[in-house]
Design a protein around this ligand. Structure first.
Ligand code: PDD
Length: 282
């Protein structure tokens, strides 16, 4: 497999970064995950805009222009196998001369881009899609979850906790007893004709998939789409719960904290939304 590292396309085994890289020492950097269906990056402008936001929030200058990122993505997608791939990119503050919290002036950011094969979840036929299981757990993260920072230790621990409870995802609950998001996804609930998802802001990552789901539903008179806080109690009493991300697309959650969600089956509003999303992708 080929990766892009600091201006060069090289074999993944040969891609090396110094132990003094501030990404390694301090998790000092930002990243993106961009799905590519049929070798075409999906919603790529939105991902690059979010990258700009993340990097400026942590005061790293974006080392590549958008057109340069796009060229790197196209070249890697062409070189690596897989009809569908996910593009991972990360930018760190760079390699420092010593371990010092304070960053030195004039560092060259480290840029890595790689791709991995991606299983498309919502293809022509998704009647086979099975519900996922989730648990709720306390959101232990910092206050700037809107930045797509490479510091993912709490997310990793949340996901591991879900795994050990036999679940696929952890849904995070803040100190006020409200849902923020999943360990690596956003959350939607359906109750009656209302579809609700927590509003964008510092406590959650503004998901690109989340934004698309809202776009697909917001002017439909059959549903009332609300961007509002959702309590843990509402989550447990919802008819449907979904999680969304670039790699998971839109996934129905049918078991939550070992209890069925609604009637325990994949719900009708999910089917409707998933088919709109699937049509949009084509
Ligand atoms: N994660 N919230 C968190 C904390 C995430 O890490 C992600 C994505 C999302 C969904 O965002 P989007 O729809 O833009 O993918 C929400 C990626 C896929 C990851 O870390 O692998």
């Amino acid at each position: 497999t080929q990766v892009y590292l600091n201006g060069h396309f090289i074999n993944q085994q040969d891609a090396m970064v110094s132990v003094m890289d501030r990404g390694f020492m301090f998790a000092d950097g930002a990243y993106e995950v961009i799905p590519a269906f049929y070798q075409v990056p999906f919603r790529v402008r939105q991902h690059l805009a979010r990258l700009d936001f993340s990097l400026s929030s942590i005061r790293i200058e974006n080392p590549l222009k958008h057109e340069e990122w796009l060229r790197v993505f196209d070249q890697l997608l062409a070189q690596n196998s897989g009809e569908h791939q996910s593009i991972y990119l990360q930018v760190t503050r760079g390699v420092a001369p010593d371990r010092n919290h304070l960053w030195p002036k004039g560092l060259e950011p480290t840029v890595l881009v790689m791709t991995t094969p991606l299983q498309m979840k919502l293809d022509e036929d998704f009647s086979h899609v099975q519900g996922m299981t989730a648990i709720t757990t306390e959101d232990l993260r910092w206050k700037r979850c809107d930045i797509k920072a490479i510091a993912l230790l709490p997310n990793v621990l949340h996901r591991q906790r879900a795994e050990e409870a036999g679940a696929d995802e952890a849904i995070l609950i803040n100190e006020q007893g409200q849902v923020t998001e999943g360990s690596s996804s956003n959350v939607f609930i359906v109750k009656g004709n209302e579809i609700a998802t927590p509003p964008k802001g510092m406590p959650i990552l503004g998901g690109i998939t989340r934004d698309l789901v809202i776009e697909l539903l917001q002017f439909d008179v059959n549903y009332q789409l609300s961007e509002r806080m959702v309590s843990q109690d509402e989550l447990h009493k919802a008819d449907e719960v979904w999680i969304t991300s670039s790699t998971k697309e839109i996934c129905p959650v049918t078991i939550l904290d070992k209890q069925p969600v609604g009637d325990g089956k994949v719900g009708p509003v999910w089917y409707e939304t998933a088919s709109r999303y699937q049509r949009y992708k084509q």
